[in-house]
Design a protein around this ligand. Structure first.
Ligand code: HAM
Length: 417
């Protein structure tokens, strides 16, 4: 006998049984409503992309260690998208003559990264992407941070529940120039800074001194006018956010973001609860990506927010929304002859928007009630010949084991009240 097939999913990915999927969809529902209030429109694309899309300009760690790349039967190299930003840039570049700029788009794609699965990190996750293309002003940067703030606020999160860390690649670049680093050295330094929190302090300091005599961050105070200018622009940006009621944003000069394509403002959102230390969101300005597809470039700014860390956040703060997709009413049938009547009555209820299932088994009514309880369905009606000929039904509220006689045409009202 061969080994039976495993029922657990592939390592680091999730199955979503209906109640889990319903929960995720209700979270997505709140996200969609919020973004659409600000004029953001949803787009989508295939998870399959040409491998070269990521090789040109993303993060070395992602391309070398984390992509799922294979050769298709026609010899083309294909990658399962590890992030949405290159796809977004490709789509914008592909129709840049027809699209109305500034463009506000969002998406909820599943992404694939070959990572070591751990709390908050999986091999497949869903990631909200919100991006604004065609504007390079601080107001566009501020709108994107506001969208991140608006999404968490829509779930009921308060400013003290999360913190928005902000930095600027422009500032970092100027600091590395001040320290005399070449562009190659600057990139190595930024990568090092990105890993700072994961390294022992001595190791970090030793690696920095391998690159430069003076740590570029030491030029933050009293640096050249051009450093001061970049710093002032961050202060101005924080002020803009404050005016919009975002009082939980702070300047963090060590924040870098791992991707090579960021060119200006970068930010990350963290839970203030130490139980959930991962970043919830990350994003920033990337003005060079669209230009990689030839012709003129389009300035862009946006962020990505993963579902895994978001669900952890909502759970620790007691903000998970309820799912509203499970059946509300179980129509029981006392005998086989009742089925046709019950099916027809169920349709009149569905026409009023009620979610109804009808018993198709030959179990006795008592068993059908137990079945409804086990499924968590809140209401039960036994529908037979006398209900068909009469004008009322008896509606059982299963949680209370109570029963009430209700006119047949007021059942939906009774259940929804
Ligand atoms: P990222 O920082 O790689 O950015 O991912 C953004 C968010 O996605 C993270 O903060 C985290 O919540 C979630 N995330 C990333 N990897 C995983 C994983 N393996 N498991 C679970 N969650 C994960 C980007 O991807 C950029 N493309 C975002 C962006 C959009 N920048 C501009 N526009």
């Amino acid at each position: 006998m061969p080994e039976p097939l495993a029922t657990d999913p592939y390592k680091g990915v999730r199955d979503f049984y209906p109640s889990e999927w319903a929960r995720l969809q209700s979270v997505f529902g709140i996200i969609r409503t919020t973004l659409e209030l600000y004029g953001y429109e949803e787009y989508n694309a295939s998870p399959l992309e040409r491998a070269e899309l990521y090789e040109a300009k993303t993060s070395e760690e992602i391309v070398n260690e984390q992509t799922y790349t294979f050769e298709d039967r026609g010899g083309r190299r294909v990658t399962l998208r590890p992030e949405m930003t290159p796809t977004f840039a490709r789509m914008v570049a592909g129709k840049r003559r027809e699209l109305p700029f500034p463009l506000r788009w969002y998406s909820l794609p599943n992404l694939f990264r070959y990572e070591r699965p751990q709390r908050g990190r999986l091999r497949e996750h869903y990631q909200l992407n919100v991006d604004l293309a065609g504007l390079s002003s601080l107001h566009a940067d501020a709108e994107i941070v506001r969208m991140a703030h608006a999404v968490l606020s829509a779930f009921g999160a308060k400013n003290q529940d999360f913190i928005i860390r902000i930095n600027s690649r422009t500032l970092l670049t100027k600091l590395t120039e001040e320290a005399g680093l070449s562009s190659e050295g600057a990139r190595a330094y930024i990568r090092l800074l990105d890993k700072k929190s994961k390294l022992p302090p001595e190791e970090f300091r030793a690696s920095v001194s391998g690159l430069t005599k003076t740590d570029p961050l030491s030029f933050l105070e009293g640096g050249s006018p051009s450093v001061q200018e970049a710093k002032a622009s961050i202060d101005q940006f924080l002020l803009l956010l404050q005016e919009a009621g975002i009082t939980n944003a702070v300047f963090d000069p060590t924040l870098t973001r791992g991707f090579d394509y960021y060119t200006g403002m970068v930010f990350e959102v963290f839970d203030t609860n130490p139980e959930n230390p991962r970043s919830l969101f990350g994003g920033g300005r990337y003005d060079g990506l669209v230009g990689m597809f030839g012709a003129e470039s389009v300035p862009c700014v946006g962020f990505g927010m993963g579902d895994v860390t978001l669900l952890d956040f909502l759970e620790t703060h007691g903000l998970l929304p309820e799912a509203h997709t499970a059946p509300e009413l179980y129509l029981g049938t006392p005998d086989e002859g009742a089925l046709a009547h019950a099916l027809a009555y169920a349709d009149t209820l569905r026409a009023q928007g009620l979610r109804v299932i009808v018993n198709l088994t030959s179990k006795p009514l008592g068993e059908q009630i137990k079945d409804a309880v086990r499924r968590g369905i809140p209401y039960f009606i036994a529908y037979g010949g006398s209900e068909e000929s009469g004008s009322t039904v008896r509606v059982k509220t299963l949680a209370k084991s109570s029963e009430e006689e209700v006119p047949k045409d007021s059942v939906v009202e009774h259940i929804r009240r």
